[in-house]
Design a binder for this molecule. Sequence first.
Ligand SMILES: [Fe+2]
Length: 523
Amino acid sequence: MSTNLNRRQLIGAGLAGGLALTSTATLPSLADESSETDLFTLGVASGDPLPDSVVLWTRLCRSPLAPDGLGGMAARRYPVRWEVAEDDAFRRVVRRGSTVAAPSWAHSVHVEVDGLRPGRDYWFRFRAGRQLSPVGHTRTAPGYDADPAALAFAFTSCQNYPAGYFTALRHMAQDDLDVVLHLGDYIYEGGGGGALGRAHAPASETFGLADYRVRHSQYKTDPDLQALHAAHAMISVPDDHEVENNWAGDISQVDTEPDQDPAVFRQRRAAAFKAMYENMPYRRAQLPDGPDMRLYRRVRYGRLLDFSMIDTRQYRDDQLEDCVGDCEARRDPGRTMLGEAQERWLVDGLADPGAARWKVVGNQGISFEADRVAGPGVAYSQDNWGGYAGARQSLYDQVHEAGVENLVVVTGDAHRNASAELKLDFADQSSPTIGTEFLGTSVSSGGDGGDQSALTRTWLAENPHIKFANDQRGYQRVRVSRETLEVDYRVLEYVTRPGSPVSTRETMVVESGRPGIVAGGRV
Ligand SMILES: [Fe+2]
């Protein structure tokens, strides 16, 4: 049986009815010589919905912080049963099967269930030996040609475990959503203990496979994160901290570590990606091949909405380390953010006449121009699209020339909220608006935050295309209809203590067929 801890987590997620502790008859019992120690300490998850399919995830793990990264499991293969039902009591089981959790993949399980019906709610669970996992809820995508009147999703990023509680994720779990996007910094690689009794394990920066496995395991023990995964399917892309701060292609950030050698850094990236795959609900299409992982992909929600998830780390050129203020190299169109193949894939998908009405791009660092210096001088972060302004201009030009409508970029990384109109030429505010970007704050990175920091006020003063900005923690909830797309900036009062209430700081509105923001902030 699952532990009381897991039961409480499910109650907290509003899923207590789904636990069905007595309903084990539908699963055959399996011989298990193991002890009764909980095998499902990391919870369950689902991801990357299709109209007929979703991937289900769990990982057998008795001891999440075991230093070898193998979770206290024996070095053997464990049979795992799974089932999917139309109800939370598992009276109408529609799919079931068995698989194997192998030590070579840290006893993780990824089941790509097919034969499901579009746009439907399902509940799922696993069984290993005599133990049942917690119950997860998921929802398939609408049929490709369906035209739903409304959809809802949320997006989030930057959950730093020592920096604060993941209360935002608990609130996300309680919303009625079709799916959630995670835009990166799902883990942080650094050491550090913080002051909240949530010190990182291992205690130092992660380098090898065992380190990354332990770090992912630790994050997955968080009850708010478990509640989120048990409540909604997730579509995720990593940013830098899943590997190392500010990495770019085969290049580590500048420091004194052995991964200054790109060959060493590629080994580190391979370890980080392997642990990430093991601990996330990715499909087989995302199975890493050494240091390479195909993360950019499109997930369609009928004719209303599609998500183009992009990868701005693996294929980018290195950051300009010596570009202080502004510099010509920043505007060099020869420097790439996406790489040639991904950029073509992105533009082709956005420009496809059969694309959905709303085209949402799941992005990492901000693409809108954000001068961070008050007065006539300028300075830009070199790690986001601002440091690759030539590549950004090339992308915006292609989007504009193709006549792409209803482009909405959602972004993480910056640990603040902001909404901006994307100008074809940011230096000319009368130039066409080619889309809208919604930057979402962090779950916990940066600590409690406040309404507006000095930098945020400078952003607003220096960049008229930014219509709203705020520095609280929280998450972003999006309602989509044929007429409008509305983003609720959900904010918390604090994250250095558990249990903050949540409220909506601002709602920003975009209308179909009319680029730019029509309501919210300083519109
Ligand atoms: Fe971050």
